[in-house]
Design a protein around this ligand. Structure first.
Ligand SMILES: [Mg+2]
Length: 171
């Protein structure tokens, strides 16, 4: 049966990846340090496909790259599963634990719609402007905030235009 996210357990992928390596006598090189580097290298290859692409999509803008995204995503997972197999990490259990930790660090009522790190969430949301300067913003690109959202604990706010780039010496 072909593999799919719905039906293939991670244990089966781990076994196949380890067998693939063993058949080529590569397992001896697969020390945790090397595999951790491989995860990073493959993640960088995935990121490279988006290099210089537009922030507002569609991404990637270069025709023919979309198939490569799938390949590099697979490379990242292969490297990660290999690392987990070698180090004895039960990845599903680790993800479960991490999501519990993340839910504690980012409770919905504090973190909803926000980009800050967990230790920066104590300040109230007062701004309608973006979190970072947006250079060369056209008027048409200024989108008003949505009216009050049921999940947003803040009262309805009037949208303010986002500031343009600052002139030198401007406060
Ligand atoms: Mg690759």
């Amino acid at each position: 049966m072909p593999w799919s996210d719905e039906q293939t357990p991670l244990a089966e992928l781990k076994d196949r990846i380890r067998r693939f390596s063993a058949e080529r006598s590569w397992a001896r090189y697969h020390k945790p340090r090397n595999l951790a580097m491989q995860v990073s290298v493959e993640a960088a290859e995935l990121l490279e496909l988006y290099l210089w692409s537009a922030d507002d999509g569609p991404q990637p803008p270069v025709e023919g790259r979309s198939g490569k995204v799938e390949e590099e995503a697979a490379d990242v997972l292969i490297a990660l599963l290999n690392l987990c197999a070698v180090t004895g990490i039960d990845l599903c259990a680790a993800v479960e634990r991490k999501l519990v930790q993340n839910a504690e660090k980012y409770p919905v009522e504090k973190a909803w719609g926000r980009l800050e790190k967990y230790d920066e969430l104590s300040t109230p949301i007062l701004r309608a402007e973006p979190l970072w300067p947006v250079p060369d913003l056209d008027e048409e690109e200024v989108r008003p905030l949505p009216e009050r959202d049921e999940r947003d604990p803040e009262p309805t706010r009037k949208a303010r235009p986002m500031p343009g780039p600052q002139e030198p010496g401007e406060e």
